[in-house]
Every structure is written in C-alpha cells, then in structure tokens.
Design a binder for this molecule. Structure first.
Ligand code: NDP
Length: 277
C-alpha cells in the first residue's frame, strides 16, 4: 500500500473513497470534550470521524462538524447501529435518531455494530434501503468474524464495504483479513493503540527508538502500510496532532514482518462470538 499523506483514501467496493486515517471518539464525553477533539482533528487535517449511537456523543460530533471550516463533502463521518436497535423497523428509526443528533443530511458510512444472529439480516435490509435512498454513501459491519460474514454474504445482495474490527499487534486475525481482502471488504482497525497499552510492547518500543518516532506512530504507520484503515482515539490536542505524523518515514519490510509476527490472538475488547450485550 502506498502511503503518502493524511488525504490518502481507500476505494471501497462501491467506488466511495474512505480516508485511511481518522479519529475515533469512543469514551470522548459528549459536549466540549468531543467537540474540541473533533475540531482539533479537523484543524490538523483529519477528514474522518468514527462515532456510534452507543458512544452517546453524536450530538457533539455533529456540532464540531457544523462549526468546522471544512466542506461537508470533504469529511467522512461514520456511525453505528446499536444492538438493541437491530431489526428492520428499529434500525430505520435508530438511523433517523443518529442523523438528527449528527445534524447531517447524509452519512458516509453506517455499520452494524455487532453480529446478532436473530436480527442482523433484517438490520442489513434496513441499511440497504437507506443506502439505495442515498442517505448513506456506504454500508458495512463491525466485529464480524469469517463465519458471520459468510452468513451475511449468503443472504445479502450488497457486500459490506467495510468490516471494522479490533486489530493491533496482539490481534492480527490473518484469516479474517484474507477473507475480507478476497471479498473486497475494507478492513478498519479499532483499538489500534491497544487502548493505550501499545507503550508496553518491547518490540514496538525498540522500533520507536530505531525510527525516532513514538510507539503510536509506529503502529499507525504499520496499519497504513498493511492497507488497513485506522482510527486512533484521543481527546488530547497535542496527541491528536502527533498521532497523525506518520507520513515522514517508512517501516522496512523486515520491521513490518516483525510487527506482523507479534500476534497473540489477544483481545482487549469482547469476543464477537460471545457477547452478552
Ligand atoms: P485506541 O487503541 O485508539 O487507544 C485510545 C487510548 O490511547 C486512549 O486512552 C487515549 O487517551 C490513548 N492515546 C491516544 N494517543 C496517545 C498518545 N499519543 N500517547 C499516549 N496515549 C495515547 O482505543 P479505542 O478503543 O478508543 O479505539 C479507537 C476507536 O475505535 C474508538 O475511539 C472507536 O471510534 C472505535 N472502536 C470501535 C469499536 C467497535 O466495536 N466497532 C470498539 C472500540 C473502539 P487520550 O484520549 O487521553 O489521549
């Protein structure tokens, strides 16, 4: 993957262009915290913001987007359908609620947040309807494993454009990544910084010293060179700026392989096959 600058985009399976780098806002409080973070990110050149209904901060994200100096069409906003709102009618309603909070007239990407056996197929039909009406530019899923995607692909007419999954040096899920590549589903990494634990990985620390970059920059660059969209979260202005400075160095093939080999199948988040929410 050629990595050039913060404007790099992945071309999704429906032709929509999605920024490779964005800001995650899980656990950013609605109100001034998330508004400042999103505003700072947009000022620093970020074009993509990842929120979700369950984060409770769509209003703040919407305010920051409205108050920014960047054209709406240059931004890429993602939100997600929460589990309790899955099902055809409920999903349509939940989408309207999110859009009202976000104060947007279209969404760039809407994801089914987690696989739910009984309701995901009807939820997908609702997303397809919203997509066909032009209210969403691309639809996708999150936390879908290979067998979940298999099930969806058997039933669905539209292949998800994106699968947003937990992905970091301790969880590289090679089979899932290969499956997504084969089916033209763009992979997006959540918790790319291992929720802040990236500083504890000795090999990443050594690479940070070698390249004179931070551990965070090393791992985000690794995502990009692997062709994986990444959305690190921070509400700290300096970190938001620093995290995006990943375009002035390149990891060698050997160092890419080294990071790729750190996998421990270790999850910081829930196992998508065993969720109780
Ligand atoms: P990340 O791996 O992005 O890590 C975020 C943590 O790292 C925060 O505590 C942040 O603190 C800290 N941090 C960020 N930059 C630095 C830095 N330069 N130095 C030191 N610490 C730093 O975790 P997330 O779990 O938030 O994942 C990213 C995004 O992915 C989420 O915000 C959300 O949008 C999405 N996500 C999606 C999920 C899904 O189910 N689809 C599940 C979980 C996340 P601080 O803010 O104080 O800087």
């Amino acid at each position: 993957m050629v990595v050039t600058n913060l404007n790099d985009k992945a071309t999704l399976n429906n032709g929509v262009k999605m920024p490779m780098f964005g800001l995650g806002v899980w656990q950013a409080n609605n109100g001034s915290e998330v508004e400042k973070a999103v505003g700072c990110a947009i000022d620093a050149g970020y074009k993509s913001i990842d929120t979700a209904a369950i984060y409770g901060n769509e209003t703040g994200v919407g305010n920051a987007v409205k108050n920014s100096n960047v054209n709406r069409s240059d931004l890429f906003i993602t939100s997600k359908l929460w589990n309790s709102e899955q099902g055809y009618e409920k999903a349509l309603k939940a989408f309207d609620v999110s859009m009202k909070k976000l104060q947007l007239d279209y969404l760039d990407l809407y994801l089914i947040h987690w696989y739910k056996k009984d309701t995901f197929a009807d939820s997908w039909k609702a997303l397809k309807k919203l997509y066909s009406e032009g209210r969403i530019k691309a639809i996708g899923v999150s936390n879908f494993l290979v067998h979940h995607l298999d099930e969806l692909l058997q039933k669905a007419e539209i292949v998800p454009a994106v699968n947003q999954i937990e992905f970091h040096p301790y969880l590289t899920s090679p089979k899932l990544i290969d499956f997504c590549k084969e089916n033209k589903i763009q992979v997006e990494a959540w918790s790319p910084l291992m929720q802040g634990k990236i500083f504890e990985v000795a090999e990443i620390k050594s690479l940070a010293e070698k390249y004179n970059k931070t551990e965070v920059q090393i791992v985000l660059r690794w995502d990009l060179q692997n062709g994986i969209v990444t959305i690190p979260k921070s509400v700290n202005e300096q970190r938001i700026i620093d995290n995006s400075k990943v375009y002035d160095f390149e990891l060698s093939e050997t160092d890419m392989d080294l990071i790729n080999s750190l996998n421990r199948n270790y999850r910081f988040g829930p196992d998508p096959d065993n969720i109780n929410f």
